[in-house]
Design a binder for this molecule. Structure first.
Ligand SMILES: NC(=O)c1ccc[n+]([C@@H]2O[C@H](COP(=O)([O-])OP(=O)(O)OC[C@H]3O[C@@H](n4cnc5c(N)ncnc54)[C@H](OP(=O)(O)O)[C@@H]3O)[C@@H](O)[C@H]2O)c1
Length: 286
């Protein structure tokens, strides 16, 4: 029988971290550390945590994720999403530990019209995207041989802050909502991603290390996603499609950020649910 690897999940109080806890919370081989238990910017604390727990794989879900705030907090975004990731990769190398790191569709500028492959050249248009890409580069340039950088998109779940929960919240007080309809992407149910991450963790080797794209399958817009949420929840909300320019945000969003997931499917033999299936599960499990 294959022995379970000891996994450390950092950023465990975040949306993806909580999704992983829901899925693997009872597995004694998985250690969950939120920011309170382990601040990953504290290199000494990280080394001492590794010493104590001897993880064989780290799934790093911790990040500075405030896309708009990052525009005026570049230093903080780069400290967390780039410099800290560099040090984490170095610590993993020292302890002979594999690293699975979560990145984002926002490393792309959104100018393509077909799903982005891992081989497409990133060109982030936001500070957040630039800081996440810098983190990716640090891992690739590190001496670490066993790693996976998993880019995902439009994460949502019943945990934390996300578009799905915002829509449900708005529906309580409004019967008219305007939502952007000219940004195309794919909503990803965080529990689906969590499941895939555990499957990848079980099969990650030096040979298959690299960058992977994971999102639910299909394509929609924020408006399409909001409409599907209200329909599935049978909420009577008039939802109006608007263009991005009528909803200004500090950070620009890529107009198109669908990720091609063929590589992750083939390499790790994953069957990826559609975004509509993901949404149904999220509602059922909520
Ligand atoms: N959400 C999306 O739509 C989306 C899309 C694509 C990619 N991603 C990527 O997916 C990953 C998970 O995202 P998510 O939605 O789960 O984000 P999240 O809910 O914001 O979770 C991130 C967690 O990291 C923690 N954290 C921040 N600084 C830390 C530190 N110094 N040490 C330890 N933990 C720290 C945060 O704690 P505090 O809240 O206490 O600061 C938070 O609990 C991130 O890498 C993100 O970039 C997200």
């Amino acid at each position: 029988m294959q022995k379970l690897q000891k996994i450390l999940v950092t950023g465990a109080s975040g949306q993806l971290g909580q999704s992983l806890q829901k899925l693997a919370g009872k597995r004694t081989s998985v250690i969950f550390a939120g920011k309170k238990e382990l601040d990953i910017t504290d290199t000494k604390a990280v080394a001492s945590f590794f010493n104590q727990h001897q993880p064989q794989i780290v799934i790093n879900t911790a990040a500075y994720t405030q896309v708009d705030a990052a525009e005026s907090n570049a230093e903080l975004a780069f400290l967390m999403n780039a410099e800290t990731v560099k040090k984490l990769a170095e610590t993993c190398k020292i302890f002979g530990c594999k690293l699975m790191h979560i990145s984002t569709d926002y490393v792309f500028d959104g100018s393509l019209k077909i799903a982005y492959k891992e081989t497409d050249i990133p060109n982030p248009i936001t500070i957040y995207g630039k800081s996440k890409l810098a983190g990716e580069r640090y891992i690739e340039q590190s001496a670490l041989e066993e790693f996976a950088i998993v880019r995902t998109s439009w994460l949502y779940s019943n945990f934390g802050h996300n578009f799905y929960k915002t829509m449900l919240h708005l529906a309580k007080s409004k019967n008219e909502i305007s939502v952007v309809d000219d940004q195309q992407g794919c909503p990803t149910y965080a529990l689906d991603l969590a499941k895939a991450l555990l499957q990848i963790a079980a099969k990650l080797t030096k040979e298959n290390s690299g960058v992977y794209h994971y999102c639910n399958t299909g394509i929609t817009t924020w408006h399409g996603f909001a409409k599907a949420i209200f329909e599935a929840k049978q909420l009577l909300v008039n939802i109006h499609p608007i263009v991005t320019s009528s909803f200004p945000t500090a950070a620009k969003r890529p107009a198109f950020s669908v990720l091609d997931t063929q590589k992750v499917q083939k390499t790790f033999h994953l069957a990826i649910p559609s975004w509509e299936e993901g949404l149904s599960k999220c509602i059922l499990e909520g």
